[in-house]
Design a protein around this ligand. Structure first.
Ligand SMILES: C[S@@+](CC[C@H](N)C(=O)[O-])C[C@H]1O[C@@H](n2cnc3c(N)ncnc32)[C@H](O)[C@@H]1O
Length: 263
Protein backbone atom coordinates (compact mmCIF):
# COMPACT_ATOMS: atom_id res chain seq x y z
CA UNK A 1 0.00 0.00 0.00
CA UNK A 2 1.48 3.47 -0.87
CA UNK A 3 2.63 5.46 2.15
CA UNK A 4 0.40 8.45 1.30
CA UNK A 5 -2.66 6.18 1.33
CA UNK A 6 -1.68 4.76 4.69
CA UNK A 7 -1.24 8.30 6.12
CA UNK A 8 -4.60 9.38 4.70
CA UNK A 9 -6.25 6.35 6.28
CA UNK A 10 -4.68 7.04 9.70
CA UNK A 11 -5.49 10.77 9.54
CA UNK A 12 -9.15 10.09 8.67
CA UNK A 13 -9.42 7.46 11.39
CA UNK A 14 -7.92 9.69 14.12
CA UNK A 15 -9.98 12.69 13.03
CA UNK A 16 -13.21 10.65 13.17
CA UNK A 17 -12.22 9.20 16.55
CA UNK A 18 -11.36 12.67 17.93
CA UNK A 19 -14.74 14.07 16.78
CA UNK A 20 -16.56 11.09 18.35
CA UNK A 21 -14.66 11.51 21.66
CA UNK A 22 -15.39 15.27 21.66
CA UNK A 23 -19.13 14.76 21.15
CA UNK A 24 -19.32 11.91 23.66
CA UNK A 25 -17.46 13.99 26.30
CA UNK A 26 -19.78 16.96 26.04
CA UNK A 27 -23.03 15.00 25.65
CA UNK A 28 -23.65 11.57 27.16
CA UNK A 29 -20.26 11.35 28.92
CA UNK A 30 -20.99 14.53 30.87
CA UNK A 31 -24.48 13.27 31.84
CA UNK A 32 -22.99 9.95 33.03
CA UNK A 33 -20.47 11.88 35.15
CA UNK A 34 -23.29 14.03 36.57
CA UNK A 35 -25.16 10.84 37.46
CA UNK A 36 -22.08 9.36 39.17
CA UNK A 37 -21.59 12.56 41.15
CA UNK A 38 -25.06 12.24 42.60
CA UNK A 39 -27.04 14.07 39.92
CA UNK A 40 -29.29 16.94 40.83
CA UNK A 41 -32.95 17.84 41.01
CA UNK A 42 -32.30 20.80 38.74
CA UNK A 43 -34.67 20.94 35.73
CA UNK A 44 -31.66 21.26 33.39
CA UNK A 45 -29.97 18.06 34.62
CA UNK A 46 -30.71 16.25 31.32
CA UNK A 47 -29.24 19.06 29.15
CA UNK A 48 -25.83 18.42 27.59
CA UNK A 49 -22.98 20.91 28.30
CA UNK A 50 -22.89 21.26 24.51
CA UNK A 51 -26.09 23.31 24.88
CA UNK A 52 -25.18 25.32 27.96
CA UNK A 53 -21.59 26.43 27.51
CA UNK A 54 -21.41 29.40 25.12
CA UNK A 55 -17.95 28.49 23.77
CA UNK A 56 -19.11 24.96 22.96
CA UNK A 57 -22.34 26.22 21.42
CA UNK A 58 -20.45 28.59 19.13
CA UNK A 59 -17.83 25.97 18.26
CA UNK A 60 -20.40 23.40 17.14
CA UNK A 61 -23.10 25.63 15.68
CA UNK A 62 -21.66 25.57 12.19
CA UNK A 63 -24.03 24.60 9.36
CA UNK A 64 -21.80 21.98 7.60
CA UNK A 65 -21.20 20.13 10.92
CA UNK A 66 -24.88 20.17 11.81
CA UNK A 67 -25.92 19.05 8.32
CA UNK A 68 -23.41 16.18 8.50
CA UNK A 69 -24.81 15.05 11.90
CA UNK A 70 -28.23 14.80 10.26
CA UNK A 71 -26.74 12.90 7.28
CA UNK A 72 -27.16 15.94 5.02
CA UNK A 73 -30.95 15.80 5.42
CA UNK A 74 -31.11 19.01 7.48
CA UNK A 75 -32.38 21.23 4.65
CA UNK A 76 -35.02 18.69 3.62
CA UNK A 77 -36.35 18.45 7.16
CA UNK A 78 -36.40 22.23 7.60
CA UNK A 79 -38.11 22.62 4.21
CA UNK A 80 -41.00 20.32 5.23
CA UNK A 81 -41.57 22.54 8.27
CA UNK A 82 -41.23 25.87 6.46
CA UNK A 83 -43.50 24.75 3.58
CA UNK A 84 -46.10 23.71 6.13
CA UNK A 85 -45.86 27.06 7.90
CA UNK A 86 -46.02 28.98 4.61
CA UNK A 87 -49.23 27.15 3.70
CA UNK A 88 -50.91 28.40 6.89
CA UNK A 89 -52.68 31.70 7.33
CA UNK A 90 -50.80 33.09 10.29
CA UNK A 91 -52.13 36.64 9.94
CA UNK A 92 -51.99 38.32 13.33
CA UNK A 93 -51.19 35.01 15.04
CA UNK A 94 -48.43 33.84 17.35
CA UNK A 95 -46.01 31.02 16.60
CA UNK A 96 -43.92 29.18 19.16
CA UNK A 97 -40.49 27.59 18.67
CA UNK A 98 -40.07 25.12 21.52
CA UNK A 99 -36.33 24.89 22.19
CA UNK A 100 -33.47 26.21 20.13
CA UNK A 101 -31.46 24.08 17.72
CA UNK A 102 -28.18 24.34 15.90
CA UNK A 103 -28.00 25.44 12.27
CA UNK A 104 -30.34 27.75 10.40
CA UNK A 105 -33.67 26.19 11.36
CA UNK A 106 -34.66 29.10 13.62
CA UNK A 107 -33.93 31.89 11.07
CA UNK A 108 -35.74 29.87 8.35
CA UNK A 109 -38.78 29.20 10.54
CA UNK A 110 -38.94 32.86 11.64
CA UNK A 111 -38.75 34.01 8.01
CA UNK A 112 -41.60 31.67 6.96
CA UNK A 113 -43.76 32.78 9.89
CA UNK A 114 -43.24 36.46 9.17
CA UNK A 115 -43.97 35.90 5.45
CA UNK A 116 -47.19 34.11 6.43
CA UNK A 117 -48.21 37.15 8.50
CA UNK A 118 -47.42 36.03 12.06
CA UNK A 119 -47.58 38.88 14.56
CA UNK A 120 -45.14 37.27 16.98
CA UNK A 121 -42.64 34.42 17.12
CA UNK A 122 -41.89 33.22 20.64
CA UNK A 123 -38.66 31.27 21.11
CA UNK A 124 -38.38 29.31 24.33
CA UNK A 125 -35.47 27.33 25.74
CA UNK A 126 -34.47 26.09 29.17
CA UNK A 127 -30.93 27.47 28.68
CA UNK A 128 -30.32 31.23 28.55
CA UNK A 129 -27.12 30.83 26.44
CA UNK A 130 -29.12 29.01 23.75
CA UNK A 131 -31.51 31.96 23.58
CA UNK A 132 -28.55 34.36 23.28
CA UNK A 133 -27.15 32.22 20.46
CA UNK A 134 -30.53 32.21 18.68
CA UNK A 135 -30.67 36.02 19.00
CA UNK A 136 -27.15 36.23 17.50
CA UNK A 137 -28.20 34.05 14.55
CA UNK A 138 -31.28 36.12 13.88
CA UNK A 139 -28.93 39.12 13.88
CA UNK A 140 -31.56 41.83 14.03
CA UNK A 141 -33.73 43.53 16.53
CA UNK A 142 -37.29 42.72 15.75
CA UNK A 143 -40.18 43.44 18.06
CA UNK A 144 -41.99 40.46 16.56
CA UNK A 145 -39.46 38.13 18.24
CA UNK A 146 -39.57 37.20 21.91
CA UNK A 147 -37.02 35.04 23.73
CA UNK A 148 -38.23 33.30 26.88
CA UNK A 149 -36.35 31.06 29.30
CA UNK A 150 -38.90 28.28 29.78
CA UNK A 151 -39.16 24.54 30.16
CA UNK A 152 -40.83 22.66 27.29
CA UNK A 153 -42.46 20.34 29.84
CA UNK A 154 -44.12 23.19 31.76
CA UNK A 155 -44.69 26.02 29.30
CA UNK A 156 -45.85 29.29 30.82
CA UNK A 157 -48.25 30.21 28.00
CA UNK A 158 -52.04 30.14 27.99
CA UNK A 159 -54.01 27.24 26.47
CA UNK A 160 -54.66 27.74 22.74
CA UNK A 161 -52.42 30.81 22.53
CA UNK A 162 -50.36 29.91 19.43
CA UNK A 163 -51.30 28.90 15.88
CA UNK A 164 -48.19 26.79 15.28
CA UNK A 165 -45.45 25.21 17.34
CA UNK A 166 -42.10 23.92 16.03
CA UNK A 167 -40.02 21.34 17.89
CA UNK A 168 -36.76 20.39 16.19
CA UNK A 169 -34.98 17.30 17.58
CA UNK A 170 -35.76 17.91 21.24
CA UNK A 171 -37.80 14.82 22.08
CA UNK A 172 -35.03 12.22 21.68
CA UNK A 173 -32.93 14.02 24.30
CA UNK A 174 -35.60 14.15 26.98
CA UNK A 175 -35.88 11.46 29.69
CA UNK A 176 -38.82 9.19 28.83
CA UNK A 177 -41.19 10.55 31.50
CA UNK A 178 -40.68 14.06 30.10
CA UNK A 179 -41.31 13.13 26.45
CA UNK A 180 -45.08 12.81 27.01
CA UNK A 181 -45.12 15.98 29.13
CA UNK A 182 -43.43 17.97 26.35
CA UNK A 183 -45.92 16.67 23.74
CA UNK A 184 -48.90 17.41 26.01
CA UNK A 185 -47.65 20.96 26.58
CA UNK A 186 -46.95 21.43 22.86
CA UNK A 187 -50.59 20.57 22.09
CA UNK A 188 -52.07 22.45 25.04
CA UNK A 189 -50.73 25.82 23.86
CA UNK A 190 -52.02 25.25 20.28
CA UNK A 191 -55.30 26.83 19.25
CA UNK A 192 -57.93 24.52 17.65
CA UNK A 193 -56.80 23.90 14.06
CA UNK A 194 -53.23 24.84 15.05
CA UNK A 195 -50.32 22.73 13.91
CA UNK A 196 -47.36 21.22 15.70
CA UNK A 197 -44.31 20.53 13.50
CA UNK A 198 -42.09 17.92 15.12
CA UNK A 199 -38.80 16.83 13.51
CA UNK A 200 -37.19 13.73 14.96
CA UNK A 201 -35.33 10.49 14.38
CA UNK A 202 -37.28 7.46 13.17
CA UNK A 203 -36.53 3.77 12.75
CA UNK A 204 -34.90 3.36 9.32
CA UNK A 205 -36.10 0.60 6.99
CA UNK A 206 -32.84 -0.88 5.56
CA UNK A 207 -31.25 -3.23 8.12
CA UNK A 208 -27.77 -1.76 7.63
CA UNK A 209 -28.95 1.77 8.40
CA UNK A 210 -31.01 0.38 11.27
CA UNK A 211 -27.92 -1.32 12.74
CA UNK A 212 -25.74 1.79 12.36
CA UNK A 213 -28.44 4.03 13.79
CA UNK A 214 -29.04 1.64 16.73
CA UNK A 215 -25.30 1.66 17.51
CA UNK A 216 -25.21 5.47 17.35
CA UNK A 217 -28.12 5.74 19.81
CA UNK A 218 -26.72 3.10 22.17
CA UNK A 219 -23.39 4.96 22.38
CA UNK A 220 -24.39 8.62 22.19
CA UNK A 221 -28.10 9.09 22.79
CA UNK A 222 -29.76 6.08 24.45
CA UNK A 223 -32.90 8.11 25.24
CA UNK A 224 -33.61 8.40 21.52
CA UNK A 225 -34.19 4.73 20.76
CA UNK A 226 -37.61 4.76 22.47
CA UNK A 227 -38.91 6.93 19.62
CA UNK A 228 -38.69 3.80 17.45
CA UNK A 229 -41.29 1.95 19.50
CA UNK A 230 -42.44 2.64 23.08
CA UNK A 231 -42.41 6.45 22.70
CA UNK A 232 -43.36 6.85 19.06
CA UNK A 233 -44.74 10.43 18.91
CA UNK A 234 -47.82 9.50 16.80
CA UNK A 235 -48.75 6.74 19.25
CA UNK A 236 -48.36 9.23 22.08
CA UNK A 237 -50.58 11.75 20.26
CA UNK A 238 -53.23 9.04 19.80
CA UNK A 239 -53.13 8.38 23.55
CA UNK A 240 -53.45 12.10 24.33
CA UNK A 241 -56.31 12.45 21.82
CA UNK A 242 -57.85 15.43 20.02
CA UNK A 243 -55.17 15.55 17.37
CA UNK A 244 -54.60 14.16 13.87
CA UNK A 245 -51.14 13.09 12.87
CA UNK A 246 -49.43 13.23 9.46
CA UNK A 247 -45.97 11.64 9.27
CA UNK A 248 -43.38 12.55 6.61
CA UNK A 249 -40.57 10.02 6.38
CA UNK A 250 -37.14 11.15 5.15
CA UNK A 251 -33.94 9.31 4.11
CA UNK A 252 -34.97 5.63 4.15
CA UNK A 253 -37.03 6.27 7.26
CA UNK A 254 -34.13 7.56 9.37
CA UNK A 255 -35.88 10.87 10.07
CA UNK A 256 -39.45 12.06 10.36
CA UNK A 257 -41.39 15.27 10.44
CA UNK A 258 -44.76 14.88 12.11
CA UNK A 259 -47.42 17.49 11.48
CA UNK A 260 -49.98 17.18 14.26
CA UNK A 261 -53.16 19.19 13.84
CA UNK A 262 -55.24 19.99 16.91
CA UNK A 263 -58.90 19.20 16.31
C1 LIG B 1 -33.76 20.97 20.46
S1 LIG B 1 -32.39 20.10 20.97
C2 LIG B 1 -31.55 20.21 19.42
C3 LIG B 1 -30.67 19.09 19.17
C4 LIG B 1 -30.14 18.92 17.80
N1 LIG B 1 -28.96 18.10 17.90
C5 LIG B 1 -29.85 20.18 17.03
O1 LIG B 1 -29.33 21.16 17.52
O2 LIG B 1 -30.17 20.21 15.85
C6 LIG B 1 -31.41 21.02 22.00
C7 LIG B 1 -32.03 22.25 22.66
O3 LIG B 1 -33.09 21.87 23.51
C8 LIG B 1 -32.99 22.63 24.71
N2 LIG B 1 -33.72 21.91 25.75
C9 LIG B 1 -33.43 20.74 26.32
N3 LIG B 1 -34.36 20.40 27.22
C10 LIG B 1 -35.29 21.38 27.22
C11 LIG B 1 -36.49 21.61 27.92
N4 LIG B 1 -36.94 20.77 28.82
N5 LIG B 1 -37.17 22.73 27.66
C12 LIG B 1 -36.74 23.62 26.74
N6 LIG B 1 -35.61 23.47 26.05
C13 LIG B 1 -34.88 22.36 26.27
C14 LIG B 1 -31.49 22.74 24.94
O4 LIG B 1 -31.17 23.79 25.81
C15 LIG B 1 -31.01 23.00 23.51
O5 LIG B 1 -31.07 24.35 23.19
Amino acid sequence: MPVWLLYSFYTTFFLAAAIAVFFFTFTRGALMLRGLMGGSENQTVHVYPLYSNMRLIQLVDFQPIISAILLFQYNRLVMIITSGLSAMNLSGKKVLITSCAFGNVIPKVVESCEDAGASKVLIIDIIQNELKNARRKLARSDDKLEYLEQNATAVRLADGSVAANVIFFLLHELPHHLKGEALREALRVLEPGGKLFLAEFHRPAPWILCALSWTYFKVFEPLGLALWDTHDPCTQFEAIGGVSCERHIVFFGNFQVIIATKK
